[in-house]
Design a protein around this ligand. Structure first.
Ligand SMILES: Cc1ncc(COP(=O)(O)O)c(C=O)c1O
Length: 389
């Protein structure tokens, strides 16, 4: 082959280093993973039951592209209940294959070649590749530990150019666990209105907050409903990562083109998974509170134990299930340090650099693993770092 058969668009996209670490981890016996971003629990029994029932009843056919009507109605009721927001179930909701697909659909809808997309750095690993696949240009919005990993309008303002089209906001955040306050979100919302940006607001961790901290949906701020695509998912709230149900809410002008891409790339989300999602939304919510309470216990433990190990430094994040710990005390790159912990302690962590340049000097620890595993992992890490250097 004389010429590359791979599109220039895809040649820009590199696989995440997380993959390399996970396959390495799988090849080693006795590994504890604090790497993965998914709850260790099963979805509640009524949710599993709904998926099983759907299969038994032969609900194995295509569903409407936008998602089963009952699910879309349940989602719009949820938006009203949680945030006082009104969306039309017919034209302003699309049910997607996880939040991941919703992000991709939003990018394809909003971005022309060379348009700039403002991305939190460190931020979730999908944002930059999805931008590149839409032929946009990712522009990093630096987030720093000094600022409690909170993104703010003053940092973003100088990055705006006439090419800026989209800003991605993710609160609670992966990988830092920070939750943006009402004031900070108001500042970012005003900036989006003043600079005529569309916001992709990734709210997949909306229910995972601690210490009484509240999540605010970005679409509730003045002027934002019309320019916000709210991305959400059943993955984290209901421990449904493998069932792959997410959704986007937004004004119909933006949801209609997203639906088009969804139709021609995936047709629809699996029917039984959508029935599970209906049951998750409409059934008892105690599961969510109990899960978050257990995460809280693990969060406090991990925070205390990490700070007791010389070389690590971390704050107590208020959301999601990650601690983004500084490893500057070890004077190592995050990749080298994560590799060391994997080989020496048999503990998987994620190097901060995979989340963007500003993530260098940090490791992400997920506490979505069992408490006893976190205990054992921290004992091993404490021992292993004695020999580092
Ligand atoms: C911030 C954030 N957004 C979106 C997703 C996508 O999740 P899913 O596609 O399972 O809904 C994740 C998953 O880790 C995430 O951390």
């Amino acid at each position: 082959m004389k010429r590359s058969r791979i599109s220039a668009r895809l040649r820009e996209v590199k696989p995440s280093d997380i993959r390399r670490l996970f396959s390495l981890a799988q090849s080693l016996p006795g590994v504890i993973s604090l790497g993965i971003g998914e709850p260790d629990s099963m979805p509640p029994p009524h949710v599993i039951g709904a998926a099983k029932r759907a299969l038994d009843e032969g609900r194995t056919h295509y569903t409407p592209t936008a998602g089963i009507r009952e699910l879309r109605e349940a989602l719009t009721r949820k938006a009203k209940r949680d945030y006082g927001l009104s969306y039309d179930p017919e034209s302003e909701v699309v049910v997607t294959i996880g939040g991941t697909e919703a992000i991709f659909l939003a990018m394809l809808t909003l971005i022309d070649p060379h348009d700039e997309v403002l991305i939190p750095d460190p931020g979730f690993i999908c944002y930059s590749p999805c931008t590149l696949m839409a032929e946009g240009v990712p522009v990093s919005m630096p987030i720093s530990e000094e600022n409690d990993f909170a993104l703010d309008a003053e940092t973003v303002m100088p990055l705006i150019t006439e090419k800026s089209r989209v800003i991605i906001i993710n609160s609670p955040s992966n990988p830092t666990g920070s939750v943006l306050s009402h004031d900070v979100l108001a500042g970012l919302a005003k900036l989006a209105v003043d600079c005529d940006l569309v916001v992709i607001s990734d709210e997949v961790y909306e229910k995972v907050t601690y210490d009484g901290v509240k999540h605010h949906c970005l679409a509730t701020f003045p002027g934002m409903r019309e320019r916000t695509i709210v991305v959400n998912s059943f993955s984290k709230t209901y421990a449904m990562t493998g069932l792959r149900v997410g959704y986007a809410l937004g004004p119909k002008e933006l949801i209609a083109p997203m639906m088009l891409t969804h139709q021609f790339t995936t047709a629809c989300v699996s029917g039984p998974a959508q029935h599970a999602a209906i049951s998750a939304l409409e059934g008892p919510q105690k599961f969510v509170g109990d899960m978050v309470q257990e995460f809280d216990r693990r969060r406090r433990f991990l925070h205390t134990r990490l700070n007791e190990i010389e070389g690590f430094r971390c704050g107590l994040p208020q959301g999601a299930f990650y601690i983004f710990a500084s490893i500057q005390g070890f004077e190592s790159s995050s990749t080298k340090f994560a590799d060391y912990l994997l080989n020496k302690a048999k503990v998987v962590t994620v190097p901060g650099s995979v989340f963007g340049e500003c993530g260098e000097g940090y490791l992400r620890f997920s506490y979505a693993a069992a408490y006893s595993e976190i205990e054992e992992a921290l004992d091993r890490v404490k021992e292993a770092v004695k020999g580092f250097g």
